[in-house]
Design a protein around this ligand. Structure first.
Ligand code: NAP
Length: 266
Protein backbone atom coordinates (compact mmCIF):
# COMPACT_ATOMS: atom_id res chain seq x y z
CA UNK A 1 0.00 0.00 0.00
CA UNK A 2 1.27 3.47 -0.86
CA UNK A 3 1.79 5.84 2.09
CA UNK A 4 1.45 9.27 0.46
CA UNK A 5 -1.74 11.09 1.56
CA UNK A 6 -2.95 8.12 3.61
CA UNK A 7 -4.33 8.72 7.10
CA UNK A 8 -2.51 6.47 9.59
CA UNK A 9 -3.74 6.05 13.20
CA UNK A 10 -0.81 5.10 15.45
CA UNK A 11 -1.18 4.05 19.08
CA UNK A 12 1.87 4.42 21.33
CA UNK A 13 2.86 7.48 19.27
CA UNK A 14 4.53 9.28 22.20
CA UNK A 15 7.71 7.19 22.36
CA UNK A 16 10.03 4.68 20.68
CA UNK A 17 8.74 2.78 17.66
CA UNK A 18 5.47 4.76 17.53
CA UNK A 19 7.25 8.12 17.62
CA UNK A 20 9.64 7.03 14.84
CA UNK A 21 6.69 5.70 12.81
CA UNK A 22 5.12 9.18 13.09
CA UNK A 23 8.32 10.81 11.78
CA UNK A 24 9.03 8.42 8.90
CA UNK A 25 5.41 8.05 7.74
CA UNK A 26 4.77 11.82 7.89
CA UNK A 27 7.96 12.37 5.85
CA UNK A 28 6.44 10.03 3.23
CA UNK A 29 3.31 12.21 3.03
CA UNK A 30 1.00 10.48 5.51
CA UNK A 31 -1.42 12.29 7.81
CA UNK A 32 -1.02 10.91 11.32
CA UNK A 33 -3.49 10.42 14.15
CA UNK A 34 -1.32 10.27 17.27
CA UNK A 35 -2.61 8.31 20.29
CA UNK A 36 -1.13 7.44 23.68
CA UNK A 37 -1.83 8.62 27.24
CA UNK A 38 0.53 11.64 27.37
CA UNK A 39 -1.34 14.40 25.55
CA UNK A 40 1.31 17.14 25.94
CA UNK A 41 4.03 14.91 24.47
CA UNK A 42 1.76 13.95 21.55
CA UNK A 43 1.00 17.63 20.83
CA UNK A 44 4.73 18.49 20.76
CA UNK A 45 5.43 15.57 18.40
CA UNK A 46 2.52 16.49 16.10
CA UNK A 47 3.76 20.10 15.94
CA UNK A 48 7.21 18.86 14.88
CA UNK A 49 5.85 16.84 11.91
CA UNK A 50 5.57 18.40 8.43
CA UNK A 51 2.29 20.37 8.37
CA UNK A 52 2.02 20.32 12.17
CA UNK A 53 -1.38 20.36 13.83
CA UNK A 54 -3.15 21.52 10.67
CA UNK A 55 -2.29 18.19 9.01
CA UNK A 56 -2.15 15.75 11.94
CA UNK A 57 -4.47 14.96 14.87
CA UNK A 58 -3.84 14.20 18.54
CA UNK A 59 -6.29 11.78 20.20
CA UNK A 60 -5.15 10.83 23.73
CA UNK A 61 -6.48 7.51 24.99
CA UNK A 62 -5.72 4.77 27.50
CA UNK A 63 -5.44 1.23 26.09
CA UNK A 64 -5.70 -0.19 29.62
CA UNK A 65 -9.44 0.61 29.44
CA UNK A 66 -10.16 -1.21 26.19
CA UNK A 67 -13.95 -1.48 26.35
CA UNK A 68 -17.02 -0.39 24.33
CA UNK A 69 -16.52 3.19 25.56
CA UNK A 70 -13.09 3.28 23.88
CA UNK A 71 -14.56 1.85 20.66
CA UNK A 72 -17.34 4.45 20.63
CA UNK A 73 -14.87 7.24 21.47
CA UNK A 74 -12.50 6.27 18.60
CA UNK A 75 -15.37 5.96 16.11
CA UNK A 76 -16.63 9.37 17.25
CA UNK A 77 -13.36 10.96 16.11
CA UNK A 78 -13.91 9.84 12.50
CA UNK A 79 -16.42 12.62 11.82
CA UNK A 80 -13.57 15.13 12.15
CA UNK A 81 -10.68 13.02 10.85
CA UNK A 82 -12.38 11.33 7.88
CA UNK A 83 -11.35 7.93 6.51
CA UNK A 84 -8.50 6.16 8.31
CA UNK A 85 -6.63 4.02 5.79
CA UNK A 86 -4.12 2.33 8.12
CA UNK A 87 -4.30 1.44 11.82
CA UNK A 88 -1.03 0.65 13.59
CA UNK A 89 -1.64 -1.12 16.91
CA UNK A 90 1.71 -0.24 18.47
CA UNK A 91 1.01 0.96 22.02
CA UNK A 92 2.23 -1.59 24.52
CA UNK A 93 4.01 -2.42 27.73
CA UNK A 94 6.46 -5.20 28.62
CA UNK A 95 7.34 -7.22 31.73
CA UNK A 96 10.46 -8.32 33.62
CA UNK A 97 9.40 -10.68 36.40
CA UNK A 98 9.15 -14.38 37.16
CA UNK A 99 5.69 -15.94 37.08
CA UNK A 100 5.98 -17.21 40.66
CA UNK A 101 6.53 -13.68 42.01
CA UNK A 102 4.08 -11.77 39.83
CA UNK A 103 0.68 -10.42 40.91
CA UNK A 104 -2.33 -11.60 38.90
CA UNK A 105 -3.20 -7.95 38.27
CA UNK A 106 0.02 -7.58 36.23
CA UNK A 107 -1.15 -10.36 33.89
CA UNK A 108 -4.50 -8.63 33.45
CA UNK A 109 -2.85 -5.28 32.67
CA UNK A 110 -0.40 -6.78 30.14
CA UNK A 111 -3.28 -8.53 28.39
CA UNK A 112 -5.53 -5.47 28.52
CA UNK A 113 -3.00 -3.00 27.06
CA UNK A 114 -1.20 -5.26 24.55
CA UNK A 115 -4.05 -7.50 23.43
CA UNK A 116 -7.44 -5.97 24.27
CA UNK A 117 -6.14 -2.51 23.31
CA UNK A 118 -5.33 -3.80 19.81
CA UNK A 119 -8.65 -5.65 19.55
CA UNK A 120 -10.67 -2.59 20.63
CA UNK A 121 -8.87 -0.22 18.23
CA UNK A 122 -9.45 -2.73 15.42
CA UNK A 123 -13.13 -3.06 16.43
CA UNK A 124 -13.45 0.71 16.10
CA UNK A 125 -11.68 1.21 12.77
CA UNK A 126 -12.13 -2.01 10.75
CA UNK A 127 -15.85 -1.53 9.85
CA UNK A 128 -15.23 1.65 7.85
CA UNK A 129 -12.27 -0.03 6.07
CA UNK A 130 -14.51 -2.98 5.16
CA UNK A 131 -17.22 -0.68 3.87
CA UNK A 132 -14.63 1.00 1.59
CA UNK A 133 -13.11 -2.43 0.74
CA UNK A 134 -9.73 -0.89 1.44
CA UNK A 135 -7.40 -0.59 4.41
CA UNK A 136 -4.60 -2.06 6.47
CA UNK A 137 -4.33 -3.22 10.07
CA UNK A 138 -0.75 -3.42 11.39
CA UNK A 139 -0.14 -4.89 14.83
CA UNK A 140 3.20 -4.70 16.58
CA UNK A 141 3.52 -8.03 18.40
CA UNK A 142 7.05 -9.16 19.32
CA UNK A 143 9.59 -11.94 19.01
CA UNK A 144 8.08 -12.69 22.45
CA UNK A 145 4.88 -13.42 20.49
CA UNK A 146 6.71 -16.25 18.68
CA UNK A 147 8.96 -17.71 21.43
CA UNK A 148 8.96 -17.79 25.22
CA UNK A 149 11.84 -16.76 27.49
CA UNK A 150 12.19 -16.16 31.24
CA UNK A 151 10.70 -13.02 32.87
CA UNK A 152 8.06 -12.39 30.19
CA UNK A 153 5.25 -14.94 30.78
CA UNK A 154 2.50 -12.29 30.83
CA UNK A 155 3.95 -10.22 28.01
CA UNK A 156 4.56 -13.29 25.83
CA UNK A 157 1.03 -14.52 26.52
CA UNK A 158 -0.40 -11.21 25.32
CA UNK A 159 1.89 -10.96 22.28
CA UNK A 160 1.18 -14.60 21.24
CA UNK A 161 -2.49 -13.64 21.47
CA UNK A 162 -1.89 -10.70 19.13
CA UNK A 163 -0.26 -13.05 16.56
CA UNK A 164 -3.24 -15.44 16.75
CA UNK A 165 -5.76 -12.60 16.53
CA UNK A 166 -4.02 -11.18 13.46
CA UNK A 167 -3.82 -14.60 11.73
CA UNK A 168 -7.59 -15.03 12.13
CA UNK A 169 -8.35 -11.44 11.12
CA UNK A 170 -6.16 -11.80 8.00
CA UNK A 171 -8.18 -14.85 6.94
CA UNK A 172 -11.47 -13.01 7.52
CA UNK A 173 -10.56 -9.76 5.73
CA UNK A 174 -8.45 -11.05 2.81
CA UNK A 175 -11.41 -11.11 0.41
CA UNK A 176 -12.58 -7.67 1.50
CA UNK A 177 -9.63 -5.49 0.53
CA UNK A 178 -8.20 -5.14 4.06
CA UNK A 179 -4.64 -6.34 4.60
CA UNK A 180 -3.36 -7.52 8.00
CA UNK A 181 0.35 -7.24 8.83
CA UNK A 182 1.94 -8.58 12.03
CA UNK A 183 5.32 -7.17 13.06
CA UNK A 184 7.49 -9.14 15.50
CA UNK A 185 10.39 -6.95 16.62
CA UNK A 186 13.32 -8.35 18.55
CA UNK A 187 15.31 -6.04 20.85
CA UNK A 188 14.91 -2.45 19.63
CA UNK A 189 16.49 0.62 21.28
CA UNK A 190 13.45 2.28 22.94
CA UNK A 191 12.15 2.80 26.49
CA UNK A 192 10.41 -0.61 26.48
CA UNK A 193 12.62 -2.14 29.21
CA UNK A 194 12.58 1.02 31.37
CA UNK A 195 8.75 1.00 31.24
CA UNK A 196 8.47 -2.80 31.67
CA UNK A 197 6.39 -3.93 34.68
CA UNK A 198 7.96 -5.69 37.64
CA UNK A 199 6.26 -8.34 39.80
CA UNK A 200 4.02 -5.80 41.53
CA UNK A 201 3.14 -3.85 38.39
CA UNK A 202 5.50 -0.88 38.71
CA UNK A 203 7.88 0.21 35.96
CA UNK A 204 11.28 -1.44 36.49
CA UNK A 205 12.85 1.97 35.67
CA UNK A 206 16.11 0.58 34.34
CA UNK A 207 17.32 -0.38 30.92
CA UNK A 208 18.42 -3.87 29.81
CA UNK A 209 21.65 -4.74 27.95
CA UNK A 210 19.64 -6.51 25.23
CA UNK A 211 17.82 -3.26 24.46
CA UNK A 212 20.92 -1.04 24.78
CA UNK A 213 22.67 -3.34 22.27
CA UNK A 214 19.55 -3.85 20.14
CA UNK A 215 18.60 -2.57 16.71
CA UNK A 216 18.31 1.20 16.21
CA UNK A 217 14.67 2.27 16.18
CA UNK A 218 15.15 4.12 12.87
CA UNK A 219 16.23 0.89 11.15
CA UNK A 220 13.38 -1.09 12.71
CA UNK A 221 10.81 1.45 11.48
CA UNK A 222 12.31 1.53 7.98
CA UNK A 223 11.74 -2.26 7.87
CA UNK A 224 8.18 -1.91 9.21
CA UNK A 225 7.30 0.63 6.50
CA UNK A 226 8.88 -1.59 3.82
CA UNK A 227 6.66 -4.46 5.03
CA UNK A 228 3.61 -2.16 4.86
CA UNK A 229 4.38 -1.01 1.30
CA UNK A 230 5.01 -4.62 0.20
CA UNK A 231 1.87 -5.83 2.02
CA UNK A 232 3.67 -8.61 3.86
CA UNK A 233 1.72 -10.84 6.27
CA UNK A 234 4.21 -11.26 9.13
CA UNK A 235 7.75 -9.97 9.56
CA UNK A 236 10.39 -10.56 12.27
CA UNK A 237 12.69 -7.54 12.69
CA UNK A 238 15.76 -7.76 14.89
CA UNK A 239 19.46 -8.42 14.98
CA UNK A 240 21.46 -11.18 16.70
CA UNK A 241 19.69 -13.77 18.85
CA UNK A 242 16.48 -11.75 19.12
CA UNK A 243 16.03 -11.76 15.34
CA UNK A 244 16.99 -15.44 14.91
CA UNK A 245 15.04 -16.86 17.85
CA UNK A 246 11.77 -17.65 15.96
CA UNK A 247 13.71 -19.55 13.26
CA UNK A 248 15.76 -21.49 15.84
CA UNK A 249 12.58 -22.35 17.75
CA UNK A 250 10.79 -23.47 14.57
CA UNK A 251 13.49 -25.78 13.24
CA UNK A 252 15.25 -26.80 16.51
CA UNK A 253 12.59 -26.49 19.25
CA UNK A 254 14.48 -28.70 21.75
CA UNK A 255 17.66 -26.66 21.34
CA UNK A 256 15.75 -23.41 21.71
CA UNK A 257 14.01 -24.60 24.88
CA UNK A 258 17.36 -25.63 26.42
CA UNK A 259 18.90 -22.22 25.61
CA UNK A 260 15.80 -20.50 27.00
CA UNK A 261 15.96 -22.47 30.27
CA UNK A 262 19.62 -21.52 30.80
CA UNK A 263 19.40 -17.84 29.85
CA UNK A 264 17.99 -14.83 31.64
CA UNK A 265 17.52 -12.62 28.57
CA UNK A 266 17.84 -9.03 29.77
N1 NAP B 1 11.55 -2.10 21.88
C1 NAP B 1 11.54 -3.41 21.78
O1 NAP B 1 12.56 -4.09 21.98
C2 NAP B 1 10.27 -4.12 21.37
C3 NAP B 1 10.36 -5.46 20.99
C4 NAP B 1 9.21 -6.13 20.62
C5 NAP B 1 8.00 -5.49 20.60
N2 NAP B 1 7.91 -4.19 20.97
C6 NAP B 1 6.59 -3.56 20.96
O2 NAP B 1 6.65 -2.33 20.28
C7 NAP B 1 5.60 -1.49 20.75
C8 NAP B 1 6.16 -0.11 21.04
O3 NAP B 1 7.03 -0.19 22.15
P1 NAP B 1 8.38 0.66 22.24
O4 NAP B 1 9.49 -0.27 22.13
O5 NAP B 1 8.31 1.83 21.36
O6 NAP B 1 8.31 1.09 23.80
P2 NAP B 1 8.11 2.50 24.53
O7 NAP B 1 9.17 3.44 24.09
O8 NAP B 1 7.99 2.19 25.97
O9 NAP B 1 6.72 3.04 23.96
C9 NAP B 1 5.50 2.45 24.36
C10 NAP B 1 4.34 3.30 23.85
O10 NAP B 1 3.11 2.69 24.26
C11 NAP B 1 2.29 3.68 24.89
N3 NAP B 1 1.47 3.08 25.94
C12 NAP B 1 1.88 2.33 27.01
N4 NAP B 1 0.82 2.04 27.79
C13 NAP B 1 -0.26 2.62 27.22
C14 NAP B 1 -1.65 2.69 27.57
N5 NAP B 1 -2.13 2.13 28.70
N6 NAP B 1 -2.48 3.38 26.75
C15 NAP B 1 -2.01 3.97 25.64
N7 NAP B 1 -0.73 3.95 25.24
C16 NAP B 1 0.13 3.27 26.03
C17 NAP B 1 3.28 4.69 25.48
O11 NAP B 1 2.67 5.98 25.59
P3 NAP B 1 2.16 6.70 26.94
O12 NAP B 1 3.10 6.30 28.04
O13 NAP B 1 2.20 8.15 26.59
O14 NAP B 1 0.78 6.19 27.12
C18 NAP B 1 4.35 4.71 24.41
O15 NAP B 1 4.01 5.62 23.39
C19 NAP B 1 5.01 -2.20 21.97
O16 NAP B 1 3.83 -2.86 21.60
C20 NAP B 1 6.07 -3.20 22.34
O17 NAP B 1 5.55 -4.31 23.02
C21 NAP B 1 9.02 -3.49 21.35
Amino acid sequence: MEIDNKTVWITGASSGIGLELCRQLAAKGARIVLSARRKDTLVEIAKSLPGGLTRHWVVPLDLAVADDTLVTFVQGQLAEIGPVHILINNGGISQRSLFIDTDLSVYRKLMEVNYMGSVAMTKALLPSMLSRQNGMIVSISSVAGKVGTKLRSGYSGAKFAVVGFMDCLRAETAEHGVHCLTICPGSIQTNIAINALNASGDAQNKNDDSIINGMAVEECVRDIIKAMINERDEVVIGKGFSGLAPTIKRFFPGLFNRISAKTEYR
